[in-house]
Design a protein around this ligand. Structure first.
Ligand SMILES: Cc1cc2nc3c(=O)[nH]c(=O)nc-3n(C[C@H](O)[C@H](O)[C@H](O)COP(=O)(O)OP(=O)(O)OC[C@H]3O[C@@H](n4cnc5c(N)ncnc54)[C@H](O)[C@@H]3O)c2cc1C
Length: 379
């Protein structure tokens, strides 16, 4: 058994970490307060080739493995969870279904420019009345001559405002329930497709989240992704590695909050000594270190399972559940270690505390992960 990263992976981490320290960390507070990621930052990230880490060279990617991708996502989240959310959605749900299930024409039209950063993607599944219960989506795609007419609304969509296209889940056959779900690629400028509004959040504020509306929105037959009625199966297949990716986001936040707590505990003095030397504070740091190390092992183990193509649905959910809850525990303790400064807007630790709140919700809530793990254990 070998727990060490390869020289290539170590070098990748050093390079991305340098990029994050120089280009993302100095902007993290501004991105949070202004609720916006500057476009040039995403372009800079694209120029580094980070949008294409997982995709083959034939499409402009780096052809690297899941561990490399996880390293990139973790480092981005260490710098800013808002930036990591935008990058994660674009490089996974916003492009992966096209790579895995799309036609060559769709790959050339969307994936190739998405890897270059010329197009940004979003993934529209959640609806006002269908969150965890994916099969309950009400958006319909009615077959007409040469295409489909989309009607319905989507909410909580990451990159909604910035995206040039959306991968939209809609029912082509309502009577078939989940077997009637299909995926479509819809260009932003398509008549009948509208971004209704941007939602303001307390967590990952810089990542744009919006509502989408489809009203008699015509898309040609060529907009169908893969086969009609296979959307739910495609989602299930994509969700597993998506959870590993989200767990890596959580790990980045765990590390950032741990570092903030440890640094402050070493600097701050009360009663004539560093507060980190008081056993109460010291034990908090110890618990934070335990959570961080356990999260790291679970995340990298599930990423490794992905690279060796082993069954990993349970491990992905375990990693996501543990790492997201660990991020909340670590961030809470880091705020407590900061005393009153912990809730001052000028200290980044409050942002980490708020950003951690999103992590137990996105890509399946904690209880949905428990449901998945429990079902895989019993059935
Ligand atoms: C910032 C942000 C960004 C997002 N980005 C996207 C995106 O890009 N694309 C997209 O499609 N979606 C996105 N989502 C939606 C996200 O995936 C959903 O919020 C999530 O799946 C939960 O759905 P819900 O919010 O409707 O909660 P609900 O499903 O209504 O859940 C509410 C509560 O009930 C619990 N619950 C529900 N069902 C069960 C059950 N069977 N057993 C036990 N407990 C249950 C949940 O755990 C939760 O605690 C985003 C959400 C947020 C907050």
């Amino acid at each position: 058994m070998d727990f060490s990263l390869s020289e290539e992976h170590k070098l990748l981490r050093q390079t991305i970490s340098r990029f994050v320290k120089k280009n993302i960390i100095p902007l993290a507070e501004e991105i949070d307060a202004g609720e916006e990621i500057p476009s040039h930052l995403l372009q800079d990230i694209a120029k580094q080739g980070y949008f294409g880490i997982r995709y083959p060279e034939a499409y402009g990617g780096a052809g690297s493995d899941m561990i490399s991708y996880i390293i990139m996502v973790e480092e981005m989240a260490y710098g800013s969870m808002s930036v990591a959310a935008a990058v994660s959605v674009h490089t996974s749900a916003g492009t992966m279904p096209i790579y895995r299930f799309g036609s060559e024409e769709q790959k050339q039209k969307y994936l190739v420019p998405a890897i270059k950063g010329e197009k940004i993607g979003c993934f529209a599944l959640t609806e006002p009345n269908a969150g965890s219960d994916v099969a309950a989506i009400q958006t319909t795609a009615r077959k007409v001559r040469d295409g489909y007419l989309l009607n319905g609304s989507k909410t909580f969509i990451t990159n909604a405002l910035r995206a040039n296209y959306a991968i939209v889940a809609a029912k082509t056959d309502f009577a078939k329930g989940r077997k009637g779900i299909s995926l479509f690629i819809v260009d932003k400028e398509t008549p009948g497709f509208q971004v209704l509004r941007k939602l303001s959040k307390m967590s990952i504020r810089g990542s744009d989240t919006g509502e989408l509306i489809f009203e008699e929105c015509f898309v040609p037959s060529g907009a169908l992704l893969g086969e009609e009625g296979k959307g739910f199966d495609y989602l299930k297949e994509s969700l597993v590695d998506g959870r590993i990716m989200t767990a890596a986001n959580c790990l980045g936040v765990c590390r950032a909050a741990f570092d903030a707590g440890l640094t402050y505990a070493r600097q701050r003095e009360q009663f004539g000594q560093q507060i980190g030397k008081f056993q109460a504070v010291n034990f908090k740091l110890a618990d934070m270190a335990v959570d961080l190390e356990a999260a790291r092992l679970l995340v990298y183990y599930s990423a490794w399972l992905s690279d060796v193509n082993k069954e990993r649905a349970k491990e992905a959910s375990i990693a996501k559940l543990f790492a997201s809850e660990a991020a909340n525990r670590i961030a809470t303790k880091a705020v407590e270690i900061h005393g009153g400064y912990g809730i001052m807007m000028e200290y980044p630790v409050q942002r980490l505390y708020r950003d951690a709140r999103f992590l137990t919700i996105g890509e399946g809530t904690s209880d949905i992960q428990r449901l998945v793990i429990g079902n895989l254990l019993v059935f």
